[in-house]
Design a protein around this ligand. Structure first.
Ligand code: ATP
Length: 266
């Protein structure tokens, strides 16, 4: 499979602030995704996780702060430029229903195509060779994401879990150095969640990319993450290994809510 094999650079998020008409959705948030690690961003509803993803992928421009991938500053770049630098994302609510698995993955490869539309349409030899290489790479990614046997299957016929993994596979087709996974197991049953966790583990082992994960399934986060950043009301209130954040009193307070403290109960 033709994939990038170099170690990804570190992703540095520094002092990122995002405001929406008076509401500070992210407040001076900083964290670093070390090369090749899985970094989870967690927090209660409304904590700022999606906003953070939208900054990392270029959909939102922060009021201040920086996001650097190695030496490249990402906050001033359009989403397609960020994708071209090797930062691919999945979307929480997108589940593909059109075309076959192969069609969807070939769409993901489109950005990497060097032959133009005219060359492809005229079926020039170089374009045909490139097409074959992309198809082989897409098949490799389908195998890696557990979709190999469904490569020619229309996605509409797949289970929900498999369809959601098509979205993950499509993002991988960009050959990212950093993969942003937005709630990859949302809506899945226990077996589908376990399968997806396995796939994420395999992807990292095989491709050596960095992963930033936003996920509500704490079991999955704790099993997969090397490092966790916890957001609450737009602030990063804790960083550390899963075990460190699990025992952090601030984190427990954020998740349990202040109404459960002795002070409020009195
Ligand atoms: N486009 C927007 N316009 C106005 N407010 C927004 C916008 N996007 C997010 N917010 C607000 O910013 C805050 C953070 O929202 P965000 O969606 O980032 O949280 P989240 O941690 O992803 O929540 P959830 O877990 O519920 O998806 C919330 O108060 C939300 O209402």
């Amino acid at each position: 499979m033709t994939t990038r094999t170099t170690t990804p650079p570190a992703l540095h998020v520094r002092d990122v602030t995002v405001r929406f008409a008076g509401l500070t959705a992210l407040d001076d948030v900083s964290f670093t995704v070390a090369p090749g690690t899985l970094h989870a961003v967690i927090g209660p509803n409304g904590a700022g996780k999606s906003t953070c993803f939208n900054v990392l992928s270029g959909l939102y421009r922060p009021a201040r702060g920086s996001v650097r991938l190695g030496d490249e500053e990402l906050t001033r770049l359009a989403p397609h430029r960020i994708a071209a630098l090797g930062v691919a994302r999945t979307f929480q609510n997108i589940v593909t229903t059109q075309g076959t698995v192969a069609d969807n993955l070939m769409l993901g490869r489109h950005v990497l195509s060097r032959s133009g539309f005219a060359a492809s349409a005229l079926r020039l030899p170089r374009a045909l060779r490139e097409q074959r290489e992309h198809l082989a790479a897409a098949r490799g990614i389908a195998e890696l994401t557990g979709l190999g046997e469904h490569f020619e299957t229309p996605v509409a016929l797949l289970s929900y879990g498999d369809r959601k993994r098509v979205e993950l596979a499509r993002a991988l087709c960009l050959e990212p150095r950093v993969l942003l996974l937005d709630e990859p197991v949302a809506g899945m049953n226990a077996a589908e969640r376990a399968r997806t966790a396995e796939v994420v583990r395999d992807i990292r082992a095989e491709l050596g990319l960095s992963v930033v994960l936003v996920e509500h399934d704490m079991g999955l986060v704790m099993r997969l993450a090397d490092e966790v950043t916890v957001l609450d009301f737009g602030k990063a209130i804790a960083h550390g290994t899963p075990d460190e954040v699990r025992g952090d009193p601030e984190v427990l307070r954020a998740y349990l809510g202040t109404e459960t403290t002795g002070e409020d109960a009195a």
